[in-house]
Design a protein around this ligand. Structure first.
Ligand code: ZN
Length: 168
């Protein structure tokens, strides 16, 4: 079926990508490793990139420009907040750029990103490090395949061929 070759809901799509910011700096790339598999329509990747991949075929190469609203969101809120270092378990290695879940006032999970660390304080922000950035994805579609039932149930691909085991 010719349709098998188009990016659509519930297909596993393997892409090579290079992500750049508006200054042309490379932030991330798959080119040194295997292509990245994702399950189309499951929100595995930022919405603006997923939308622009829809209907594409194997071999297509394009640049997807993704505004913050369809990427990692606008930069909002008061900016980085300092938390005492001893708020964190001593055995946890805290690094700039890492994310963790905190609990909001009514117990809801709030993602926080570490923006800086010193001896006494850890600075955290509710914004993703790429919030407010327009993203430029240089994309090539390497392969499109059917998702298996486990992948559809889990909402993400299990490796390049759908056979990779993992724990949740
Ligand atoms: Zn899974």
């Amino acid at each position: 079926m010719a349709n098998d070759q188009l990016v659509a809901q519930d297909k596993v799509v393997l892409i090579h990508y290079t992500l750049k910011n508006g200054d042309g700096e490379v932030l991330d790339s798959s080119l040194d490793t295997d292509p990245m598999p994702y399950l189309h329509g499951a929100g595995n990747i930022v919405p603006g990139l997923e939308r622009q991949l829809e209907g594409k075929s194997v071999g297509d190469k394009f640049i997807a420009e993704v505004p913050p609203e369809e990427g990692y969101g606008l930069a909002e809120g008061p900016g980085p907040q300092a938390l005492p270092r001893n708020t964190f378990p001593p055995n946890v290695d805290i690094e700039e750029g890492m994310a963790f879940m905190a609990q909001g006032p009514s117990g809801q999970p709030i993602p926080l990103w570490v923006t800086a660390i010193d001896d006494e304080q850890v600075y955290v922000d509710t914004n993703h490090p790429l919030a407010g950035e327009t993203l430029f994805f240089d994309v090539e579609i390497v392969r499109i395949r059917e998702a298996n039932s486990d992948e559809l149930n889990h909402g993400h691909p299990h490796g390049l061929d759908g056979t990779e085991g993992h724990h949740h």
